[in-house]
Design a protein around this ligand. Sequence first.
Ligand SMILES: Nc1nc2c(c(=O)[nH]1)N[C@H]1C(S)=C(S)[C@@H](COP(=O)(O)OP(=O)(O)OC[C@H]3O[C@@H](n4cnc5c(=O)[nH]c(N)nc54)[C@H](O)[C@@H]3O)O[C@H]1N2
Ligand SMILES: Nc1nc2c(c(=O)[nH]1)N[C@H]1C(S)=C(S)[C@@H](COP(=O)(O)OP(=O)(O)OC[C@H]3O[C@@H](n4cnc5c(=O)[nH]c(N)nc54)[C@H](O)[C@@H]3O)O[C@H]1N2
Ligand code: SF4
Ligand SMILES: [Mo]
Length: 694
Amino acid sequence: MTALQASGERIVHGTCPHDCPDTCAMLITVKDGVATKVRGDPAHPTTQGALCTKVSRYLERTYSPDRVLYPMRRVGAKGPGQGSWERIGWDEALDTIAERFKAIASDDPQAILPYAYSGTLGLVHNFGMPRRFFHRLGASLPERVLCATAGRTGYNTVIGAQIGTDITHFADARLIILWGTNPITSNLHLWTRIAEARRKGAKVIAIDPYLSQSAEKSDWHLAPLPGTDGALAFGLMHLLIRDNLIDRDYIERHTLGFDALAARAASFTPEVVAGITGLAVDDICQLAKDYGNEPLSAIRMNFGMQRHAGGGNAVRAIACLPALTGAWRHAAGGVLLDNAGAHAVDLAALDGRHLLPDPLPRTVNMAQIAQALTELNDPPLKALFVYASNPVAVAPNNGLLRRGLLRPDLFTVVHEIFLTDTCDYADIVLPATTQLEQFDVHRPYGTLYTMLNEQAIAPLGEAVSNAELFRRLAARMGYDEPCFRQSDEEIAGEAHIRTAAVNASLDFDVLRRDGWQRIDVPLHYAPFANGNFPTPSGRCEFESANAAAQGWSAVPEFIPPRESALGDPALAKRFPLMLLTPPARHYLNSSFSSVESLVRDVGAPWVDIHTADAVARGISEGDRVRVFNARGAFEADARVGDKSRAGVLVAPSIWWLKKSADGENANAVTSDGLTDIGRGATYYDTAVEIERAG
Ligand SMILES: Nc1nc2c(c(=O)[nH]1)N[C@H]1C(S)=C(S)[C@@H](COP(=O)(O)OP(=O)(O)OC[C@H]3O[C@@H](n4cnc5c(=O)[nH]c(N)nc54)[C@H](O)[C@@H]3O)O[C@H]1N2
Ligand SMILES: Nc1nc2c(c(=O)[nH]1)N[C@H]1C(S)=C(S)[C@@H](COP(=O)(O)OP(=O)(O)OC[C@H]3O[C@@H](n4cnc5c(=O)[nH]c(N)nc54)[C@H](O)[C@@H]3O)O[C@H]1N2
Ligand code: SF4
Ligand SMILES: [Mo]
């Protein structure tokens, strides 16, 4: 509930809408209709009063002079630095779009593609009205794979749902493995728990080809070659089984397919694993000992390590580990990929999938948007509606994407808060609200609270929320289903009422009073202490009939990185280095590149290169370098040292192209191939070469 203070200030409950597992509770101070302060809610158990460095600057973002405040129409050519913007009214904007959509749809609505991702994760503005609109239209269905589908799908074959260790309990773990994740950047409030565990004597091990900030602050850093985590996981299984460091009782009662898994692990001797991962045999053995001897062991994997050709199977293999050792018996044991599955939300009620035509429209993979725009037929894409995403900066192989977006016959609409790189290719840009200007409810994917975001201030200029935009557009298209007239509160309420059986105690009055409410799981949450896995067998499925039915191996397998010496020796000869482009601490994907003070703090794009690789190429610290492959090239400043392991380049991302001196970013070179499972993006499975920029 909004609290009115003596000073005339109101404190409004907000929720950070960004694609971050923390989903912090915010308190927004509002005076005379203006937000004057944004801070973390001290009462919220995981936020504990702290926002990250990015979102602490939310006012700078919200009141930025660079906000898009009115609908605009392009005059002149598309492309960066081309053409100009002319302000138009909402009526003209909506009429233009509706007219164009009706004309295209009369032929085939699948020629229209919505491209939306993680600008906001709110249930109303991400899942609600926008998806209803495109379902009703019969547009092509975007396969939303940029981030997490490989890992999530793989994890689900073993565990049954996206449920894992509660971040709160990491504070009590005695051994923590950060497996392909850098929580100081990407999951700050988990790091707080890890730091607490360390103070209490826990050992923290980071498995990462890069000496990230978190790896630097860990007790032990292991740097395998990218994309080889699956082999390392099998190496651990091999040793755990060989040395009898497994919990036979837990395996017997709560798992399925142990013999098949053990047979697969048999060939992954420490020597074989050392050969694949580039780790020392002794280190692999020590890791297995550490893990097998500590029941209070919690593994945190994040999505970084699954953006490789074999990412889905790598996550599957790691997800088997805590059932082998019985670590699931303890609240402070187990593994966490994400916890979205612990929440019960009726997404079908939100996204109006009953409105979809029969047969279903075709799907277009969002990681392959570049190919879709340049190659797709039957029908070719004629209109692209981008909202809550910045594909020119974030999608792989963005050189080809930009060529596609320049097609003169393509009609592109972008609903945005800022004039992003993608707006450079738009015919029409529509102004979007920030989280302070809209109402929403959130289902975090990393914490166990339902979250409320009250509207704190009126929309700036003529900005509208996603829901309001598609409410208006639905009316223009003549859609008269009642769901298109629902208010934001009604949409939110609908999602939850239908889940009352599972989320029985969810109470909107409590949400309004506190801004958040814990979901119906106990405070001491050990989800699989007694088995009860939400798989078809009710067991942890080392061997999965569902996986086999999908055409994947029934037991996890190791699939080497595609663009590597293991996966493609000929390619690796031409492009011998593997490029990782993980999140930069001051940015959130490509968001916050609009906040000048953050851009100043970060400086310019850089790439970490190992001294040996630099010396071999005559590259010195601070040199301007060019990273390239057959897809494209981008420039950055070289940082030479031993932060990235030999053979690996690391370019923290994601920069706006227009903020880089060469007008490119790392996605000029990243792979638009797909993962083994889940048809996910493989950004980090990218072979490159590097040279001094001429
Ligand atoms: N500040 C900030 N926070 C963010 C984001 C952001 O852009 N900025 N992005 C948000 C989003 S969308 C997501 S999906 C999440 C998670 O985002 P993730 O992409 O999982 O990011 P990190 O947790 O930083 O983990 C990346 C780490 O994995 C390492 N890595 C890459 N490949 C491999 C590999 O093959 N094996 C191993 N072992 N390690 C590997 C990288 O070197 C890097 O240090 O973070 C969210 N939080
Ligand atoms: N090279 C490389 N590329 C990557 C990654 C990587 O690690 N390396 N990470 C990938 C991952 S994990 C992800 S999740 C994707 C993220 O990709 P995107 O989802 O595209 O994320 P952002 O770059 O944050 O862009 C979101 C845009 O939405 C706008 N926005 C915010 N809120 C709203 C709203 O309410 N309405 C509307 N209409 N717009 C809004 C913001 O201004 C911003 O420009 O990027 C992927 N790309
Ligand atoms: S980006 Fe993450 S850490 Fe930062 S405020 Fe949002 S939820 Fe919290
Ligand atoms: Mo993501």
